[in-house]
Design a protein around this ligand. Structure first.
Ligand code: ACO
Length: 428
């Protein structure tokens, strides 16, 4: 029997259907609430609002579960392959060998940017934020690939997805090279996805950057752990923009802007800045926690807390373990890791953090791995965007293919002045 919820409004009783997901999550379907009652719901920050049905990613924030298309993320750790995960997320099933090879071949073919696009980078100031460049240049792809404003079939979609996933890393690397005044390095067709990115970042015309297998694995893993996270701020932005039938590139460019903020993807930069301040002696871990607990300070413990995870963030757990491995492989001793550990230990014993169920999130340890890979701090959120792109593409496609999709258009409760007359300038 299907459940219904009853809502009593004055002398009216409304029956509302209950929807149950495949993992047993329940939602009250209020699609017809306003039409039937004149009421809307009020849910700032959308903490109680299901904006869509989705078969891509499952999170149980209480139990610390994250699964991509049903597969627990822990199962991607041993042989991390970001491109395989991207394909799984986008197309909803495991790729066969030949499908993965074809997709990889497309990534190789599409890695170079149109030569005319290179000149766009020259127009940016050298100190332009890489996230601004990334968003602008992803949008610019719409100008160079106008055929993808509509998709005739799945093959065309696959090409568009491959172009975006491939070119985003070239754009990211070029924005870094531009900021350092270094020559652009063309992609190398002999290299795999992550190695090619590091080559475009760090090779020089006179010396090739060799990428050890462990580094390639570490980067694959970091990207996989960022690949999707259901209806977070940037993904909801991609869906919101896409709901107006804006094209894939425009929608993902908007996602980059949403991700940029320090409460979302930008937190990975803020974490390192916080740890660096402590390392330089500006702040002890104890002072840092005191500030984070003081609401008047305007400071939060960066890399801690999550809207959904209220027990632990499984991505943070994996990354914490990987930190040791990566740093040992590279022979790097990073004092920030010791500070991060100390901070986590203190916070997890502190009643303020315990009562509010605040735990380290993915950003707390990811920065330490990226530092070890020599990724500069201002590129951290760009790395997050490269990782999140398959998720955005999968979510955009799911919405695009959904015949029930309507343009996203929330309502509001108006709190401004009631009707009043215009006052001419000389009477104000
Ligand atoms: N430091 C100190 N206090 C915190 C923190 C924090 N990092 N996070 C939440 N709190 C407090 C809030 O002040 C609030 O306290 P109150 O109940 O006394 O008012 C309580 O914990 C609940 O916090 P909310 O703001 O309701 O949590 P919300 O779900 O809205 O925000 C968020 C989640 C934005 C991640 C928040 O925890 C935060 O700002 N964390 C720091 C930034 C960060 O690490 N962001 C990355 C998130 S992961 C990602 O985007 C990939």
């Amino acid at each position: 029997m299907t459940d219904t919820a009853k809502l009593i409004l004055g002398d009216q009783t409304i029956e509302l259907p209950v929807i149950v997901g495949t993992e047993g999550e329940k939602a009250i379907d209020i699609t017809n609430l306003r039409a039937k009652t004149g009421y809307i719901t009020y849910d700032p920050g959308f903490g109680n609002t299901g904006s869509c049905k989705s078969a891509i990613t499952f999170i149980d924030g209480e139990k610390g579960i994250l699964r991509y298309r049903g597969v627990p993320i822990e199962q991607f750790v041993e042989h991390p392959n970001f491109i395989e995960v991207a394909w799984l997320l986008i197309f909803g099933r495991f790729p066969k060998k030949e499908e993965l090879e074809r997709f990889s071949a497309l990534l190789t073919e599409y890695a170079p940017l149109h030569e005319a696009m290179k000149h766009h980078f020259e127009g940016f100031p050298v100190d332009a934020p890489p996230m601004a460049i990334l968003s602008a240049m992803i949008n610019t792809l719409s100008c160079f690939e106008p055929q993808f404003s509509k998709f005739e079939d799945d093959e065309a979609f696959e090409q568009a997805a491959a172009k975006l996933i491939s070119k985003v890393r070239t754009i990211a690397a070029y924005s870094y090279r531009r900021s350092r005044g270094l020559p652009f390095m063309y992609p190398d067709p002999k290299r795999r996805y992550c190695s090619n990115f590091l080559h475009m970042m760090f090779s020089m015309p006179y010396s090739d950057y060799e990428v050890p297998a462990e580094i390639e694995d570490a980067l694959n893993l970091v990207l996989i752990l960022h690949a999707d996270h259901e209806q977070n701020c940037s993904t909801s932005t991609v869906r919101m923009v896409g709901s107006s039938r804006a094209n894939l590139f425009a929608s993902c460019a908007a996602g980059v802007c949403a991700l940029w903020g320090p409460l979302h993807g930008g937190a990975n930069v803020a974490v390192i800045e916080m740890l660096e301040a402590m390392h330089k002696g500006g702040l002890t871990p104890e002072q840092c926690l005191k500030m984070a607990k003081d609401k008047d300070s305007g400071f939060r413990l960066m890399g801690f807390g999550h809207r959904v995870y209220k027990n632990f963030d499984p991505r943070a757990r994996i990354l914490k373990e990987q930190c040791d491995k990566v740093l040992a492989t590279l022979g790097v001793k990073d004092p920030l890791l010791d500070i991060a550990r100390k901070l986590e230990e203190l916070a997890l014993q502190d009643p303020y953090f315990v009562e509010r169920k605040l735990y380290p999130n993915v950003d707390f340890y990811s920065g330490i791995i990226m530092r070890a890979l020599k990724i500069p701090l201002n590129m951290f959120t760009v790395m997050f965007a490269i990782g999140r792109l398959p998720g955005w593409i999968a979510q955009w496609k799911e919405q695009h293919d959904d015949p029930t999709n309507r343009i996203a258009r929330p309502r509001q409760i108006y709190t401004g002045p009631t009707k009043r007359d215009y006052v001419p300038m000389d009477q104000r």
